[in-house]
Write a protein that binds this ligand. Structure first.
Ligand code: SF4
Length: 372
């Protein structure tokens, strides 16, 4: 999260915050109990570990996608100890397809810190939680409010939208000072009773996800419609205001998917920095000429051109030109790579690459061309 929050405990100075704030919080809490979501897998047991993993997965990813990933993750890593003791490759493998892999790397390194510095127990307060890798203010607030009833507000995308519409908050959120101001608004809307915090936090997330949606808010079904500024003005779609949009550059990459006579694929582990850091990928070239030279040098005969794949990253639109080369003997390829490039490749069977950390578009190519 990029909003700047003070390290002062938000439970201080409550008199200012509690004034006239009961309406929104109490209506939201009542609505959540009756109509909110209660069956999400991470709600079955409200443990910090589970809330944390779900919150990290839910950043940038829809609930419907996260559910199966969360369940697989919990089956393999049921607690922070098993996650901390796992190899990063295995964590990336289970994350494969969710994207934004820095989340998985941070998850792994955070688990190690929890084990090393906190005796395997998550810290119980908002400020200490934020000292852990990958835990920003909103994630810290989710854990602290849901698991420990601390009066701190989350401020993820859904919540920002609800609050901006509710309060008619029309300042540009791409400006840091306005973002901080919205956080103050979020703080003021919290319920007075600590006991209501888990339900309130879940309620505001549920409202944003199911009622106060980005394109078609269901204002007529909304529990807070009578006190909502945007609803009274009839302009919910004007919020939130964000003038700066992410500018995406475009980049083309040329890749070779090399298959040996045992149907194993040659995959290289990418370096720890840059896109898809630490994941397994096809040998990659920055331009077509280099890729052609490689194919010629390999003496490839069985060549299959995969249709161009476009893949959007946060700041980049990638065009991937993949060529599949098959029928090679393992020895020939290994000899070639040891003579030419730094050999960081591994031969992987279908079973192995299925469980490895492989970027989503590469996985799609592997699946689509497995029969070729
Ligand atoms: Fe959102 Fe409409 Fe509810 Fe206001 S009334 S919070 S705009 S759904």
């Amino acid at each position: 999260m990029n909003f700047d929050m003070t390290k002062t405990s938000p439970t201080q100075d409550t008199s200012l915050r509690l004034k006239g704030k009961a309406d929104f919080a109490s209506q939201l809490v009542q609505w959540q109990r009756k109509s909110g979501r209660h069956d999400l897998p991470w709600q079955k047991v409200l443990a910090p570990y589970r809330v944390w993993v779900s919150e990290i997965m839910l950043q940038q990813t829809q609930v419907v996608t996260v559910i199966s990933y969360f369940e697989r993750f919990m089956n393999r890593f049921p607690n922070v100890q098993t996650l901390a003791n796992a190899h990063l490759d295995e964590v990336l493998g289970l994350w494969s397809g969710l994207g934004y892999y820095s989340r998985a790397r941070n998850l792994h390194s955070c688990a190690k810190k929890v084990l090393e510095f906190h005796g395997g127990e998550f810290p119980k307060d908002f400020d200490t939680l934020q000292t852990l890798p990958g835990i920003g203010p909103s994630t810290a607030a989710a854990i602290a409010s849901i698991c420990f009833k601390e009066r701190v507000p989350i401020l993820d995308g859904n919540v920002k939208r609800v609050l901006c519409r509710l309060k008619g908050f029309d300042a540009d959120l791409s400006i840091a000072k306005n973002h901080k101001e919205l956080w103050e608004v979020a703080l003021q809307e919290l319920p007075t009773a600590k006991a209501d915090m888990p339900t309130y936090t879940q309620g505001i997330m549920d409202l944003g996800a199911t009622v106060c949606t980005p394109k078609n808010p269901k204002c007529s079904e909304c529990p807070v419609r009578k006190i909502c500024d945007a609803n009274s003005k009839g302009n919910p779609l004007s919020y939130p205001v964000k003038s700066k949009r992410i500018k995406r550059t475009s980049e083309s990459l040329w890749m070779v998917c090399i298959e040996n006579t045992k149907n194993e694929i040659f995959l290289e582990q990418r370096s720890a920095k840059g896109i898809w850091a630490g994941l397994y990928c096809f040998p990659t070239f920055s331009n077509e000429e280099l890729c052609d030279q490689f194919i010629n040098a390999m003496g490839a005969k069985n060549v299959h051109f995969v249709p161009v794949i476009t893949h959007a990253l946060t700041h980049k639109e990638l065009s991937l030109h993949v060529v599949k080369l098959s029928g090679f003997s393992k020895q020939k390829v290994d000899k070639f790579f040891s003579n030419t490039l730094q050999n960081v490749g591994h031969w992987m069977s279908q079973e192995q690459w299925s469980g490895a950390g492989v970027p989503a578009p590469i996985r799609k190519v592997l699946i689509a061309t497995a029969a070729h």
